[in-house]
Design a protein around this ligand. Sequence first.
Ligand SMILES: *Cc1c(COP(=O)(O)O)cnc(C)c1O
Length: 403
Amino acid sequence: MWVRKRIDIGWLDLLSARFNCVWPGSRSSASDVAEAAWSTDGRAFACLSVRSGLDLALKALELPPGSEVLISALTIPDMVRIIEHHGLVAVPIDLHDEGVSPRVELLAQLVAEKTRAILVAQLFGGRFGLAPFVEFARQHDLVLIEDCAQAFEGDRYKGHDEADVSMFSFGPIKTATALGGGVFRIKDESLLARMRELQAAYPVQSRWFFLKRVLFYTLLKILGGKLAFGIFVRACRLLGKDFDEVLNGSIRNFPEDEFFASLREQPSFPLLRLIARRLRSYRNEDLDRRAARGALLASLLPLEHCPGTAASAHSYWVFPLRVDDPPRIVAGLREAGFDSTADSSMQPVEATDGRPEAAPETARTLLKSAIFLPLYGEIPESEIHRMASLLVSLLAVDQASMK
Ligand SMILES: *Cc1c(COP(=O)(O)O)cnc(C)c1O
């Protein structure tokens, strides 16, 4: 069975992380090293996660209560939760029909007197050009935040120069994971200084917590071979746990105070060391291998089923496929040894009562009809071909049954 997702971390990374959990090193120098590994211009900022950093940025920005944030209509629900926690209103920007970038032409219609910021997400590993958003933000004096949590591209992209905040995630299911952590690029020095000050007042993440996490993902990686992983998924189900939530280390169901307490910590020494290690030793070839598999698969499938494959740069963090009958396609794939899923950690951002014109129809439709195919560099090309021919026949039946 080709499992739906592999944890993108090496055995040596995990070993060195275990070692660092007990090594008495200095946090502040580890933080400097991690930030310098990302960028030496002094604009990098390391934090506990993208969500933690967004929370810090919003704290530091102190936007007036009731301000509106225009946000890509598809993202993880925690982002909206954080925005709302700061007394702000999230107004969705719907996506293009082909499915990944927010429609820039909607901005003029959505912007209002209370709009203060734009938060756009680079989804699935694709990346659209930010220039029109930069231009719009400048014209309307809005803070521009770029969510690159799914769009890590090694040292090839570190955020748009003109974005106020660019956020990269090293959470467990992300490319080049450090089992947590976020690395940001912040344009404005005073904003960066304020975020540092706020973060410095937080308690430090416990090493013991991080060690447990390292051990858990080591186990998951051992099981992640092929077959054993399916057993793991089933075991999670039997224990009443959702596999995707376990994999995400999800804290979705935390009540408000616990949720924010869990975000408001400084990254621990071992986490910072692991971030630095991943950034320094990441090989772009690994990314290229995955991107090549993705491009091959896309070239073998009908274009209208592959949302986002036209993006200018694409690393295929995941491969979404648009289908009419997700459970049937997932079952058909599973029978042939490909573990796909119709579950996503993302959700459409719903429009608030005051802004019905913002209803995110395309994002909703996309999520309802998307399944996510297994895709990583370790899958040989021959298997990509086998998956593609299987899909072509499954999709043909799919369409025939619709007529
Ligand atoms: C994973 C993800 C996040 C959250 O990243 P964390 O570092 O886990 O907080 C935010 N936005 C998107 C689009 C993501 O995929």
